[in-house]
Design a protein around this ligand. Structure first.
Ligand SMILES: [Zn+2]
Length: 245
């Protein structure tokens, strides 16, 4: 991981300053995809979309926070920028923070509501990613209501949303509907669909690993080999044509 500049932001509620660390390069080794669609890179801090202000405790979309400038890695701010040197980093939002964001009206339209609900769900599911508990799905009323609303919002969505929907249905134990939702996926999502079908057939509601990096690498290698074979065949049949003509 190679750090990039720290961006200096002002809270849109109280104007308190904070810094947003960025990264110029992130090593993709060990990437993991989860059944809820969350993709994890071990050791890499999450790039937040909604953060909590350290001064007023309100939450806000990073995208609407005024950006005052930046400090490059190792740079020490001087003059007017000296105050930037010791700013706290923005605090990424947890599950409770996303519920707060929904209550405080940060969802101005349905796509934003869906984004906040998916992130609330992911941050709630985080507690199950490194655990072997028998129960690894939402059990508290607010998290269940969130998953139910997420299912409503993804009713006529595209493929990625179909996977969110099927997973939320499966986590709520609505296996028949989860299986039906998977019909909405095109063949690009075969592997994810098969994994979901296995879990549904096993009657599992638990959050699980969808793909490891090894699976993705193996698939990429298989695809490459198939393309090479196809090209070799196409070239040899071109040769045949030349001979015939
Ligand atoms: Zn504030």
């Amino acid at each position: 991981m190679i750090p990039g500049p720290d961006i200096i932001l002002a809270c849109p509620h109280c104007e308190a300053l904070a810094k947003l660390p960025t990264f110029d390069y992130v090593d993709p080794t060990g990437a993991l995809s989860w059944t809820d669609g969350y993709q994890e890179l071990p050791g890499v801090p999450r790039q937040p979309n909604v953060v909590r202000c350290h001064a007023c405790s309100k939450v806000y979309w990073l995208a609407v926070a005024p950006q005052l400038g930046f400090l490059n890695p190792g740079e020490v701010g001087e003059g007017d920028r000296a105050a930037w040197n010791d700013l706290p980093a923005v605090t990424p939002t947890d599950e409770a923070g996303y519920f707060q964001a929904l209550r405080e009206g940060l969802a101005a339209f349905p796509e934003q509501e869906l984004e906040l609900r998916v992130f609330a769900w992911w941050r709630g599911n985080d507690r199950f990613r490194d655990c072997k508990d028998d129960v690894r799905y939402p059990t508290n009323p607010e998290a269940i209501a969130n998953a139910e609303r997420l299912i409503e919002l993804t009713e006529s969505g595209d493929h990625e949303l179909v996977l969110f929907r099927a997973e939320a249905l499966r986590q709520l134990g609505r296996f028949k509907e989860a299986g039906e939702a998977l019909y909405g996926l095109c063949s690009d999502y075969n592997l994810a669909r098969e994994r979901q079908r296995e879990l549904i057939a096993a009657g599992s509601r638990n959050l699980d690993v969808l793909f490891t990096e090894e699976t993705l690498n193996r698939l990429a290698a298989e695809q490459e080999a198939a393309e090479r074979e196809y090209l070799a065949e196409a070239q040899s049949s071109d040769g045949d044509d030349v001979v015939k003509s």
